[in-house]
Design a protein around this ligand. Structure first.
Ligand code: NAP
Length: 317
């Protein structure tokens, strides 16, 4: 596949037990892009699902777009290829379509054989476990990703969770330009300047957590009352178009030009989230939904790292 589909499937928090069947179901529903990551702890099970789909003749490898991400513990150039190979082995693939730097955060190395996925702590069994930074400049990590492209292991490379300053910096040294910027974006966090800058540089953008708070309720990082789906402008548009509020929010995202990767383990919602192309929002509906922006970020290391991993570690401020 030469181009990333507008609507892909997110795999964060899909449990390893469910993951194989979820992937098969998503392929049957019509998803062709799978957004994976070492950190999601389910790449082996994604691989099981892909293998079953290939064996059943549901889809061929070349008709899929598979993204994975380099975890923070493997930023040092000595560890990048092994981390990528581990994801590819788990996924049962001999190339990735897209490989992304997961966060602009380098953490102390944890060997794959010691603990995998490494997550945020060097030693979770320690008396006072803390997150430990590593001094690895991002340009060195990027150069190691470029070598993966040179070797044919990955077709395209990109970044997640970069702010404008980091995008300018990356563009100044990248021999292979980033093919994707993946960021949190939804009506409460519209990221207009960052998306405009990426567009200026010709970098496509993927919006993660496109349904905003919904993904964070199960983590106790948001409440049901934070849902964007109950906003009046969203429910009015849903009624006007005969669509669900989720479809309105997702349509808004693709209509403004971002790719999306919604996650659902529910077959009906999987299909719902793909059915976005038989209607369009009016200019005023688009503007009203964009006006919900509150610069509200749900996935913020500056918030969760200190409480969960013992280190104050903002990256957006
Ligand atoms: P999301 O896709 O916006 O929301 C998922 C949540 O919404 C789940 O609780 C899901 O529950 C529910 N849901 C899905 N469709 C729905 C619908 N039509 N109506 C009502 N509820 C619905 O959030 P996300 O998983 O955080 O983000 C999507 C993907 O982005 C992730 O899976 C991951 O691949 C990627 N991501 C990347 C980063 C990064 O740092 N690069 C960070 C976060 C996420 P059910 O499963 O029960 O349907």
């Amino acid at each position: 596949m030469n181009k990333i589909p507008d609507i892909g499937f997110g795999l964060w928090k899909v449990s390893p037990q469910d993951c194989r069947d979820v992937v098969i179901e998503a392929i049957k529903a019509g998803y062709r892009h799978f957004d994976c990551a070492a950190d999601y702890g389910n790449e082996q099970q994604v691989g099981d699902g892909l293998k079953a789909a290939f064996d059943q003749g549901l889809v061929a490898r070349e008709d899929l777009w598979i993204t994975s991400k380099l975890w923070n513990s493997y930023h040092h150039p000595d560890h990048v290829e092994a981390a990528c190979q581990k994801s590819m082995t788990d996924l049962g693939l001999d190339y990735l379509d897209l490989y992304l730097i997961h966060f602009p955060i380098a953490l102390a190395y944890v060997p794959i054989e010691t603990r995998y996925p490494a997550e945020w702590l060097v030693d979770p069994e320690a008396e006072n476990p803390v997150m430990q930074r590593a001094s690895v400049p991002l340009h060195e990590t990027w150069a190691a990703l470029e070598k993966l492209v040179d070797k044919g292991l990955v077709r395209q490379i990109g970044v997640c969770n970069y702010i404008s300053g980091l995008v300018h910096d990356l563009m100044s040294y990248a021999r292979i330009k980033p093919a994707m910027l993946q960021i949190e974006a939804h009506p409460y966090l519209t990221q207009e300047k960052l998306i405009r800058l990426a567009t200026q540089y010709g970098i496509p953008v993927t919006a993660f957590s496109p349904l905003a708070a919904l993904s964070y309720v199960e983590l106790d990082m948001a409440g049901q009352a934070d849902s964007v789906l109950t906003e009046a402008v969203v429910s009015q548009a849903a009624a006007a178009h005969g669509k669900t509020p989720a479809q309105i929010v997702l349509r808004w995202a693709i209509q403004r030009g971002t790719a999306i990767i919604p996650k659902s383990s529910n077959p009906q919602r999987m299909r719902e989230n793909l059915a976005l192309t038989d209607f369009a929002l009016s200019e005023s509906e688009m503007a009203d939904i964009s006006a919900l922006n509150a610069n509200r970020r749900f996935n913020d290391p500056g918030e969760f790292c200190e409480g969960a991993f013992g280190l104050f570690n903002p990256i957006y401020d």
